[in-house]
Design a protein around this ligand. Sequence first.
Ligand SMILES: NC(=O)c1ccc[n+]([C@@H]2O[C@H](COP(=O)([O-])OP(=O)(O)OC[C@H]3O[C@@H](n4cnc5c(N)ncnc54)[C@H](O)[C@@H]3O)[C@@H](O)[C@H]2O)c1
Length: 438
Amino acid sequence: MNIAVIGTGYVGLVTGACFSEFGVQVTCVDKLPEKIDALRRGEIPIYEPGLEDIVERNTRSGRLSFTLDLADAVSRALVVFVAVGTPAAPDGSTDLAFVESVAREIGRCLDGYRVIVTKSTVPVGTSDHVRAWIQEELDLRGSKLRFSVASNPEFLREGAAIGDFMRPDRVVIGTDPGDDQALAILKDLYRPLYLNETPFVETNIHTAEFAKYAANAFLATKISFVNELSVLCEEIGGDVQAIARVMGLDNRIGKKFLHAGPGYGGSCFPKDTTSAAHFARALGHELSIVEATIRVNERQRLRMVDKIVAALEGDVVGRTVGVLGLSFKPETDDLREAPAIDIVRELLRRGAKIRAYDPAALAQAGRLVPEMTLCKDAYEALEGADAMVVVTEWNEFRLLDLPRARELMAEPRMLDLRNVYKRDPVVAAGFQYWGVGR
Ligand SMILES: NC(=O)c1ccc[n+]([C@@H]2O[C@H](COP(=O)([O-])OP(=O)(O)OC[C@H]3O[C@@H](n4cnc5c(N)ncnc54)[C@H](O)[C@@H]3O)[C@@H](O)[C@H]2O)c1
């Protein structure tokens, strides 16, 4: 089968590369010439473990190619995935400009039956708009061509995207009731996963669109829930990690996403929770739990700043903070809504100096926050620092050489915003230690 994937970012590139690995003929389209040029040279524009090998192998075998020419890609495809960004608009709604532009372009070039699949995370009802935008363009051409729309939300996690795509917990396919052709085509495309016994949920389009928000909002809620508990734990001398363990060992609750920290970030949870709350309100409903989740998350970032300021006896003016980890989570270079960026900006605003290191996101972070000093490793970031702040739990920060760190720092303080250290050994190494919720 031939497919086209429009938008070659974290989702589109992984989707295209993984389908080509399954033997599908894939054309990935983007509108950025520098991205397409880089990919054609074999350079991967994002940090995603394992992706480079798959792209290289399948490009070489001729199953995966990259182009700026959407019309050409669509003309050769039976299925067209739309995987462009759907950022938050300032009012919390979702900016669908990229989706609309792609849908209209598809409408202008369609030359036969295609299944147009929304893979981007989009508010409920967007696929109806996609259909209307394509139809409007066809009407302008006086064309009577038939096409299907479908929803196939993506659940992959950055940093583990290849495994998540190849061995997903589930695949959701939303089609119009009675559109057996589109459903059969998509099931055929996903056949390698059927053979793996991946659970498939076949449903209508609105349900598929909503399911993605439901899943992300629930995961975000778990994080905010435990973060709210962490505040109380600090008051009562409790240990939020022990509480999370007690909760997580209950199979009905599950262990994952119960880690107290600086709050969720990234390209999905913040905008997806806000978008869900927004489209619910537009329908006259309040998703009150989701709205509370958002408020708790915003507060949590500020609490982290307060924690750092308090550790520095209330005054950060002229003090140096060594920040370890900037990306929103380990194993990605994605800085969208990264807690570290908000924390660093607020500390700078209050007069602190920042020395920072991240294994993958350093250069990009330097462009976002030019006032901070970028360092080549964790130890350089700690030179002369009055406090070390572990914001993102990259593996290389889990076993720091504490005597060496102490030697380099002006004052041995550790703020472990991910609870990756146990207090006693850090204190034994001569540090003052602060975790989150314990
Ligand atoms: N990043 C994730 O972990 C993740 C996970 C699941 C779902 N999603 C969803 O998937 C969608 C894409 O996210 P992403 O992180 O891959 O975004 P991204 O910003 O990394 O990539 C989007 C790409 O689309 C391209 N693009 C925009 N307009 C275009 C056009 N008219 N023609 C061709 N290309 C165009 C951009 O240049 C960019 O390369 C979003 O809706 C997001 O919510 C993301």
